[in-house]
Design a protein around this ligand. Structure first.
Ligand code: CA
Length: 313
């Protein structure tokens, strides 16, 4: 019996010590979970903004990353312009961030057009970039841009659908519009986002982009790591005003898409997953309205920051 009680007491003491340590370990783990070596720079897409009326474009994401140790910056580039013009604006901001933080590189995370915008910077200045991550990135163009620019193959889509696509995109712009003093050139943006415009851009900046198919691209090019994930469900929450519009836009693809970009177009470097999210859920919009039964978009950013941390980036 003595032996039994002895073992029981030792067991209880051990459990008690373990329980005492657990909260400390958790607190410690939590505080550095997203603590990447290099600052994270979030780069918005077309018609995006850093914040409007106090609402983050990457809704709730910068704070969630910062709370566990990441240094996070949100770039502000032209809401509508070419990849190159936005890329030059981003490059200047990256240099400022490096000067302010003393860091030697940044981790770029770009949503939608923010992906090719980031790829421009990693292309012209790879020594300043540790990684580029594409979230719903328009890396090989969007059929929606093709239709709105009137360059979709004749007969490939009905006139009614083309018209409603243009209308839906215009409405979406109104939902999302955030004022900015930066130069806006929507036609240049749409040309960049078209399939042909993207192919041309990719000839100059091929790093990480798969040449065909929907698999992985090169994961390490010129010292820069490439990653991507995306949504593949245009409609996810009936309470979200943007869902109907994305639902209409999603009809033009005829393949897996998030309402604005086909899944294949989003691939860059190591593909991390397809989720039940539409193009706005990918940045936790509008105001966190998403498919409640899928992974929280904010969680994906946190997990990715941890992935970058573990990779020494
Ligand atoms: Ca949503």
């Amino acid at each position: 019996m003595t032996g039994f009680f002895g073992r029981l007491l030792r067991g209880l003491a051990f459990a008690s010590a373990a329980l005492t340590l657990l909260p400390l370990q958790n607190a410690h783990a939590q505080s550095t979970y997203t603590q990447t070596r290099y600052p994270i720079v979030l780069v918005h897409g077309i018609f995006g903004f850093d914040s409007a009326l106090g609402v983050d474009y990457f809704y709730g994401i910068p704070s969630a990353l910062r709370s566990d140790g990441a240094k996070v910056y949100v770039a502000q580039v032209s809401a509508a312009n070419s990849h190159e013009v936005r890329g030059e604006q981003l490059l200047a901001q990256v240099k400022n961030i490096l000067a302010v933080t003393g860091a030697s590189k940044v981790n770029l995370v770009g949503h939608s057009q923010g992906s090719p915008t980031s790829r421009y910077v990693s292309g012209v200045a790879p020594h300043l970039v540790a990684s580029v991550t594409s979230v719903g990135g328009v890396n090989r163009g969007s059929r929606v841009a093709d239709i709105v620019r009137g360059v979709a193959p004749v007969g490939s889509v009905s006139e009614t659908l083309a018209n409603s696509t243009a209308l839906a995109l215009t409405s979406l712009i109104n939902v999302l519009s955030g004022g900015t003093s930066l130069q806006q050139l929507p036609t240049a943006a749409l040309d960049s986002l078209s399939t042909a415009g993207s192919a041309k851009f990719n000839q100059r900046f091929p790093a990480g982009v798969p040449t065909s198919g929907c698999g992985n691209g090169a994961e390490l090019v010129n010292g820069v790591r490439y990653y991507s994930w995306t949504g593949t469900k245009p409609m996810t929450n009936v309470l979200d005003v943007s869902d109907g519009l994305l639902g209409v836009l999603g009809l033009v693809f005829g393949e897996a898409n998030d309402g604005l970009v086909s899944a294949c177009s989003t691939r860059l470097g190591k593909h991390l997953g397809d989720y039940r999210q539409n193009h706005l859920d990918e940045v936790n919009q509008v105001l966190g309205l998403r498919d409640w039964f899928s992974t929280d978009p904010v969680t994906l950013y946190r997990q990715h920051a941890n992935r970058l941390k573990v990779a020494g980036l």
